[in-house]
Design a protein around this ligand. Sequence first.
Ligand code: RIB
Length: 408
Amino acid sequence: MKILNFGSCNIDFVYSVSHIVRPGETLTAGSLSQFPGGKGLNQAIAIAKAGAPVYFAGCIGEDDTMLRQVLLQAGVDLTYLKTVKERTGQAIIQVDENGENSIFIYHGANGAVSKEQIDRVLADFEAGDILLLQNEISNLKYLIERSSDRGMKIVLNPSPFEPMLKEIDPRDLFCVILNETEAMQWSDTQHPYDFLFWAQKNYPALHVVLTLGKKGSIYLKDGKMYRQQAFKATAVDTTAAGDTFTGYFLAGLYKNAEVLQGLKMASAASAIAVSKKGAASSIPTCQEVENAIDGMELSPIDTLEEQKEVVRTFIATHIKDVKLSDVAALINYTEDHTCRWVHKNFGMGFSEFLQAERCRIAAEYLKNTDMPIHEIIELVGYNNGSFFRKVFHKYYQMSPLEYRKGKV
Ligand code: RIB
């Protein structure tokens, strides 16, 4: 099995600023540094540094004086990197005092990836080989379709997110690695977990890795969710934290690492990357991660609170037809254990909990929308209006109409 990363390479111009510049504002940057970057390049370097062999394909300008060298030094195979008569891609990056960034990119050579180049490169790869993609090159949809035809395992990091990505058939993909914002953009919802539910329901074979910043990451695989807490880090520059995670995660897949071990290495590597300046230059080697990991502290998140949030969000998004078996599969418990877990954490049995959640959601709709009450009743899964009114009264001591009129 081979790994091919078909992606972008950029020169990153990094400006340190007190805060991200606001519309209409002019700001003086404290410093300007130039680093190798581009999601494709960063992820290829992360894979190589994590100890897996990787081919990098894409386009680079004749003006390049540093990117090839950096890739080669990291051990990336550049057989398929084409030099074109365009400027090498660029990224203008502001990094504020908290290490947060804001980026815009100029595609340049990354926009010169043609269908012919794609066909030529793919001819050297076969079924079962891994293809890693981001969204910074031209002809991405074509690339996905052709590589899927060849039976390659496509891992997509839909970043930066663009509506065009919704035209991709998730059945062509083996795995999606995305952050909270991308997940919400892709599933058109207000909560990143909705992407997990959507994927689980519609594309059960699709692996999903959702990165949640300080709240860690979730890996959804064959109907099971694996969670990894983030490691504590002092953020100097968050650029490429996601790329580092993706590269390490992929190397873990390649090496057949145990699921949780792969997630753990990816989390630790990205925590180390945020504590250093630059994109590619901040990516640690596998040895560095292994040396540091035992001394690294996990970010203090309450996993129980997180788990409760997952369940509540799932119920909210499936309120009409939620089943105990779905909730049990979601948190990886048996149905009996799930009932005991709900009782312990929410203080009531599963059916009563569902009723309470249905009323809570109905109350939200009553308060915040003009939707007719009979529609709200139907929306939360009741087909008997008078039964719903009785249940609602039990929790709110008033009728839905009174509640809407503000008698709360
Ligand atoms: O993910 C970080 C990367 O995004 C930067 O290196 C920049 O080049 C942009 O592509």
